[in-house]
Design a protein around this ligand. Sequence first.
Ligand code: AP5
Length: 230
Amino acid sequence: MAPLDAKKVLARAVIFLGPPGAGKGTQAKLVAEKLRVPHLSTGDMLRENVGKGTELGRVAKPVMERGDLVPDDLILRMVEDRIARPDAANGFVFDGFPRTLAQAEALNRILERQDFGPPVVIFFRVADDILMRRLAGRRVCRVCSEIYNVYDRPPKVEGRCDLDGGELIQRDDDRAEVVRERLAAYNRQTKPLVEYYRSQGMLDEIDAAAGMAAVTDSVFGVLGQPKGRA
Ligand code: AP5
């Protein structure tokens, strides 16, 4: 693993880019904890809004159930509010954002306004058959959202979270027919961001089909020496 200079990474936005089930959330939790910066998952924020029945949640719910993307303006307002909070002053790890070209371009402007440098962008590369298996096997804690997998990361006690004993549930959008829609939305709207960031010399790519520990090593290897920077 390349040595990690935390100072170089801390005041930056880190973006985990990749298809549904690539392992972005799993790794973002670990990395954010290690760097002591917030893990900002737009999916988790939206699910929280849906759970609380807020106005945003009411708009997002049917969109998420179809596997489509929530409109850019709603996402951008939510993200800008979140990163203006004091705990994000030293940086953050984005998981699931940006997801469209419009979001990426708006993020550049937001980062500039809030005095952040250019983001570190890590693309999680995984083949579709592996994604389908991971999403079919995923279970999450109803209480703390910890992520498990019945095949690759089972809990110690079946159906219960190791951390707080909460019930493990399957996400509504992990049903096979919704997963197909989510993959289609990814290919249509999010995959072009790979080329967008690559063409600016900002994309770091990792083999995210590897085991979880190997992927963690790859992520920290990139964070120690992101592309385009000394
Ligand atoms: P979101 O919650 O962001 O879902 P996603 O991007 O589709 O990603 P996932 O959470 O499904 O996968 P992941 O890559 O985090 O994988 P995980 O670590 O869990 O978005 C949900 C919805 O919200 C969207 O469809 C959209 O409607 C809306 N939305 C969110 N953000 C938006 C935005 N910016 N704009 C518009 N709409 C937005 O891992 C998956 C499974 O694999 C787990 O079971 C895990 O244990 C296992 N696993 C992980 N890594 C490995 C490994 N290396 N080996 C084996 N198993 C592994």
